[in-house]
Write a protein that binds this ligand. Structure first.
Ligand code: HEC
Length: 229
């Protein structure tokens, strides 16, 4: 291979790989909406320079010698020049405004978004929901409904195994008292608990829970002793 091409490839590949995909709704709109829309948004009375950045049309339309957003070309995009301008008179949001300047990370997000084609999405509340593809999972027997696919796919990505299902585990291998909790009547439980607590009391335990132990329900103390089988 021509050495110049090899060098070019080496330079280009890490750049492309390092750039995570930017999502307009999640990553870009919040920046524009917080820092720009007060002067370049829907409020006509407050709009500056007659420019709207809340609409795709407004952001991508040529304005005299420049275009705010040029898909695929951050260097040519006036928005990038303005948010990273050194000169205060050029910088956006203007230094005199009550809007914070963009951090380096935020500028990088806008730059990456434009580089990746400046895709626009309307606000999620106006976007009809689309049923996503179910992620493929390894442990298919664990899945009982479609949502489980998403949960399990994420766990598998993180190399985690789901914790055992409590309801199922209690029926099979739970601790010995799990069966009691499931099957015994409230009277039986109360009787058992009063026995345990009076035993503790007799042994001189003065734990808070011992003295505050509630009495068994009335029908239990008055009626016949609960059956313990
Ligand atoms: C407080 C109001 C205010 C805020 C907030 C603000 N701008 Fe501006 N913007 C202006 C004014 C005023 C002008 C016109 C003067 C100038 O060009 O500097 C302008 C002009 C611009 C222009 C040039 C428009 C043209 O065609 O001449 C761009 C691009 C721009 N702003 C981008 C942004 C971006 C991106 C943000 C958010 C990061 C932002 N602005 C936030 C007030 C604001």
């Amino acid at each position: 291979m021509d050495v110049r091409y090899a060098l070019l490839l080496c330079a280009a590949v890490p750049l492309a790989a390092a750039e995570p995909p930017v999502d307009f709704g999640r990553d870009v709109r919040p920046i524009l909406s917080d820092r720009c829309f007060s002067c370049h948004g829907p409020d006509e009375a407050k709009r500056q320079a007659g420019m709207r950045l809340d609409l795709e049309d407004g952001a991508k339309k040529a304005r005299g010698a420049h275009i705010p957003v040029v898909p695929g070309n951050p260097a040519a995009s006036e928005v990038i020049k303005r948010v990273s301008a050194e000169k205060p008179a050029m910088r956006m949001p203007p230094p005199y405004s009550d809007r914070k300047p963009l951090s380096e990370k935020e500028v990088a997000t806008l730059r990456a978004w434009i580089q990746q084609g400046a895709k626009w999405q309307s606000h999620w509340s106006f976007t009809p929901p689309v049923r996503p593809e179910l992620p493929v999972v390894r442990n298919r027997s664990w899945v009982r409904n479609p949502i489980d696919n998403f949960v399990l796919a994420r766990l598998e990505r993180e190399h985690l195994t789901p914790s055992p299902d409590t309801a199922r585990a209690q029926k099979t291998a739970g601790p010995p008292w799990a069966a009691l909790q499931r099957d015994a009547s409230p009277c039986y439980c109360s009787a058992l608990e009063s026995d345990v607590f009076s035993l503790l009391k007799r042994q001189g335990e003065n734990h808070k829970s011992v003295s505050s132990f509630p009495l068994p329900p009335k029908e239990c103390t008055d009626g016949p002793a609960p059956q313990i089988d």
